[in-house]
Design a protein around this ligand. Structure first.
Ligand code: SF4
Length: 652
C-alpha cells in the first residue's frame, strides 16, 4: 500500500486483505476491498455495514470532520471466547478536513512513540499518539469530547461520553494490515444486527451501552434537569428529605430553574414558590436560575395595582420554560433532558430525548444525576409534501393526534421524519414535539440537521452555555411499532374539540360554534412566529370577541415590539386590532391558575386557543369548553366570533 491514503474527496478506507466485511456508504457494494475507498465528504458518512457469515454487524459514522489513518500496523483480532488481539502500530497519520475536501493542506505525520497535537476545524483538537509495540492506546483523538483508541478491549473503540464499541461482536475476524480509520467528532457504534431509532440511540449512549431495545429498563445519565415554580418546591423537598438538609446537588451546571407558571398573580402562596426556588439556588450556587426579580436576596410580589399588561419582571426572567430552554441555550442534540413538566417533550425538536417526570424522580436526579427509564417503542410519522398557505404545524399535530387518538402513542416515542419535517423551521418542530404528550407519548423527536445546529449553536454562543454536544442521526433501517406517511399538502386547518386533543374536526365545518374568547400564548403557541401568523390575519381589522395575547418569553415581547410592518410594530398591529397583549410573558391562563390570572376562563365560556391541552378545567372553569387550533385559525375566529377557517382571510 502506498503512503497516500486519500486524495481529494476521499475520506475513508479499509485496507486490503480484509474479509468480505465492508460496505462503505449506501450504494457501495459489499466486497473485499483492496484499497481505500472513498465517498464524498459533502455527504457525511452515516453507514458502514459488513457481514461475516450470518452475523450482521453495523458501524455507523456520523458528522465526520477529520480523519486519522493508521498504516503498516498488524491489527488482528478475534472476539468472543477466542479473543485475541494484536496491533502494534508503527505510524499514524492525521488528515485534516480541508485536505479531505481536496485542499493542499499537508498530510501530518507522526513518529512512533510521540504525541502530536493538531488543531482541527471547529475548535477541535486531535492528539495523536503512536506506539510501536503496545497493543493498546495506539491512537487517541480527543476533540474535546472524543477519544479514539486503537486497542483496548476491542479492536479499537471510540469513547465519547460512553458511546462505543464492540462488545457485541462475536466470531468476527478483522485484519487491518494497512488499516484505517476514524474521524474526529464522529459517532461510531457497532451493534449486533438491529439498527436503532433516534430515541434508542440517545438512551443507549446515555446508559453506556452499545444498543438498547424497547422495553429494556436502563439507568441513564441526565444532561439537563428542568424545574419550575409549581414543581420546583416539591422537587427540592424530596431532594432534602432523601439526601439530607445539607446535601449538595449532583451537578449544579446541569440544573435549570425557570419560574413561569403562576407568576403574575397576587396569590401569596404562588409568589412564595418563587422565593423557595431562589433560596435553593442561593444555597446550592446554581448558575441557571431565571428569576422574576433581580435581587438574589429579595422576595417576589406581584403588584396587582399596576394591572396585568405592563411588565413586572427583572432582567433575568425568561418566560415559559419550554420556550426559554432553547432560547437560553439549554437544548442540545443527543442529550437527555428531564423536566418536571409534561411538555418537556418540546425539546425533542432539537434531536434530544426530552420528557416530563414527577417531583420524586426529579428529586432523585438532583441527588445522583441518573434515572431508571424504560426504553419506549418508536412510532414514525413520515411527512411528505408542503403545507398549504393557512395550514400550520399546529394543524399537523392536531391532525396526527386525531388520527391516533389522545392515548395513541402512550409511552412511545413519536419520531418525525421525511422531507416535510426536514423543511420545517425550529418553531414548527417545537410546536409538533410539544404536543407529543397530548397523544400520551413519552417523547417526540426530530433528527438534528443544519437547521438545528444553526439554531442551537447561535443560542449557546449568545448565552455562554455548554457548547459541546453529541448528536445522533437517523439509521437507515429502524424498527417501528407504527409507521405512516402523511401528505402535508392534504391537510387543512384543524381543530381539537372539547374535551380532549384527539377530538379532530376541520375548522371549515365548525362555523356554527360560537365563541366567547380567543387566546394566543403558551409554549406551543406563544412564539414569535405564532404571533406573526396571528397578526397576518388580524392586521387592519378588529376582533369581535375578547382576545388575549400572552407571549411565551420576554424575547418574544421584544421581537413583536421591534418588528415593523407597514410602519407599525407587530405589537401595535395586534393591540390596534383589539387584542389584549400583556408584556408579562408566562404560562398565564394555559393552565388556568389563580383566579386573577390573565385570560383565565373564570366562568362557563367557549374559548378557541392556540395552547396545547383542552381537558375540562384546563384553562379555568370546568364548565368551559376549549377548542385547540393554530394561531391562524384562532385569529380568524377572533375576527368572526365563531370557529372560522383562516383561509377565508388569506389570499391564495
Ligand atoms: S404554557 Fe401551558 S403547556 Fe406550556 S409549560 Fe406553561 S402551562 Fe404548561
Amino acid at each position: 500500500m502506498a503512503d497516500l491514503f486519500c486524495q481529494g474527496g476521499d475520506i475513508l478506507g479499509i485496507g486490503k486483505n480484509g474479509h468480505d466485511f465492508a460496505r462503505l456508504m449506501r450504494g457501495v457494494p459489499s466486497q473485499p476491498l483492496e484499497h481505500f475507498v472513498a465517498s464524498n465528504l459533502d455527504k457525511p458518512l452515516r453507514d458502514i455495514s459488513f457481514r461475516k457469515q450470518r452475523a450482521p454487524y453495523r458501524m455507523s459514522m456520523e458528522h465526520s470532520i477529520g480523519g486519522c489513518f493508521l498504516r503498516e500496523n498488524q491489527m488482528q483480532t478475534r472476539f468472543g471466547r477466542r479473543f485475541k488481539r494484536s496491533f502494534p502500530v508503527r505510524s499514524a497519520f492525521c488528515v485534516q478536513r480541508d485536505e479531505l475536501l481536496g485542499s493542499q493542506a499537508p498530510l501530518v505525520k507522526t513518529t512512533p512513540g510521540q504525541q502530536q497535537s493538531i488543531r482541527l476545524p471547529g475548535n477541535h483538537r486531535t492528539v495523536i499518539t503512536t506506539c510501536a509495540q503496545r497493543p493498546a492506546s495506539a491512537v487517541e483523538i480527543t476533540p474535546r469530547l472524543n477519544q479514539f483508541s486503537a486497542g483496548g478491549s476491542g479492536l479499537w473503540h471510540l469513547e465519547k461520553k460512553g458511546i462505543i464499541h464492540f462488545p457485541a461482536i462475536r466470531k468476527l475476524k478483522i485484519e487491518f494490515p494497512q488499516a484505517i480509520i476514524c474521524f474526529s467528532n464522529v459517532s461510531i457504534a457497532l451493534s449486533h444486527s438491529d439498527f436503532m431509532t433516534l430515541t434508542e440511540k440517545i438512551i443507549a449512549k446515555a446508559c453506556g451501552k452499545t444498543s438498547v431495545a424497547p422495553g429494556e429498563n436502563v439507568w441513564v445519565n441526565v444532561d439537563v434537569l428542568l424545574t419550575h415554580d409549581v414543581c420546583g418546591p416539591g422537587t427540592i423537598g424530596v431532594f432534602k428529605r432523601e439526601f439530607g438538609q445539607n446535601a449538595k446537588v449532583w451537578d449544579k451546571n446541569k440544573i435549570v430553574i425557570i419560574p413561569d407558571h403562576y407568576i403574575f398573580t397576587a396569590d401569596s402562596l404562588s409568589n412564595r414558590n418563587v422565593d423557595i426556588l431562589r433560596d435553593f439556588v442561593r444555597e446550592q450556587g446554581l448558575p441557571y436560575f431565571y428569576d422574576v426579580i433581580d435581587d438574589p436576596e429579595g422576595h417576589w410580589k406581584f403588584d396587582a395595582s399596576q394591572g396585568q399588561l405592563k411588565r413586572q419582571y427583572g432582567s433575568q426572567f425568561a418566560g415559559v420554560c419550554h420556550t426559554a430552554l432553547p432560547a437560553k441555550g439549554h437544548t442540545r442534540p443527543g442529550e437527555i433532558l428531564f423536566g418536571t413538566d409534561s411538555h418537556t417533550c418540546m425539546a425533542g425538536a432539537f434531536g434530544e430525548f426530552a420528557t416530563g417526570i414527577g417531583n420524586t424522580d426529579a428529586g432523585f436526579i438532583l441527588g445522583i444525576g441518573k434515572l431508571l427509564i424504560k426504553v419506549p417503542e418508536t412510532m414514525r410519522f413520515y411527512l411528505e409534501g408542503q403545507l398549504a398557505h393557512g395550514v400550520m404545524a399546529k394543524d399537523v399535530i392536531l391532525h396526527v393526534i386525531g388520527d391516533i387518538g389522545f392515548d395513541g402513542a402512550t409511552y412511545r416515542a413519536m419520531q418525525w421524519e421525511g422531507p416535510g419535517a426536514d423543511a420545517m423551521h425550529m418553531d414548527d418542530r417545537m410546536t409538533i414535539a410539544n404536543m407529543a404528550i397530548e397523544a400520551g407519548a413519552k417523547n417526540g423527536i426530530f433528527a438534528p440537521d443544519q437547521t438545528t445546529f444553526d439554531y442551537v449553536d447561535a443560542r449557546i454562543k449568545a448565552n455562554g452555555t455548554k457548547a459541546d454536544y453529541d448528536p445522533v442521526f437517523l439509521d437507515r433501517d429502524q424498527k417501528f411499532i407504527y409507521d405512516k406517511v402523511f401528505d402535508l399538502s392534504q391537510l387543512e386547518p384543524t381543530v381539537a374539540m372539547h374535551p380532549d386533543p384527539g377530538q379532530r374536526e376541520l375548522a371549515k365545518n365548525l362555523g356554527k360554534i360560537t365563541l366567547d374568547r380567543a387566546y394566543i400564548g403558551s409554549c406551543t403557541g406563544g412564539k414569535t412566529s405564532d404571533f406573526l401568523a396571528f397578526a397576518e390575519i388580524v392586521q387592519g381589522k378588529s376582533v369581535k370577541i375578547d382576545t388575549f395575547g400572552v407571549p411565551a418569553t420576554p424575547g418574544v415581547v421584544e421581537e413583536l415590539q421591534t418588528i415593523h410592518w407597514n410602519g407599525s410594530t407587530v405589537w401595535q398591529i395586534l393591540t390596534d386590532a383589539g387584542v389584549l397583549m400583556t408584556e408579562n410573558a408566562s404560562c398565564a391562563a394555559c393552565l388556568g391558575g389563580p383566579l386573577d390570572t390573565f385570560g383565565r376562563l373564570n366562568k362557563s365560556m367557549n374559548c378557541i386557543s392556540a395552547t396545547n391541552r383542552n381537558f375540562p378545567g384546563r384553562m379555568g372553569s370546568k364548565e368551559s369548553k376549549v377548542f385547540l387550533a393554530s394561531p391562524y385559525t384562532v385569529a380568524a375566529s377572533a375576527l368572526t366570533g365563531h370557529i372560522t377557517d383562516p383561509r377565508e382571510f388569506l389570499s391564495a
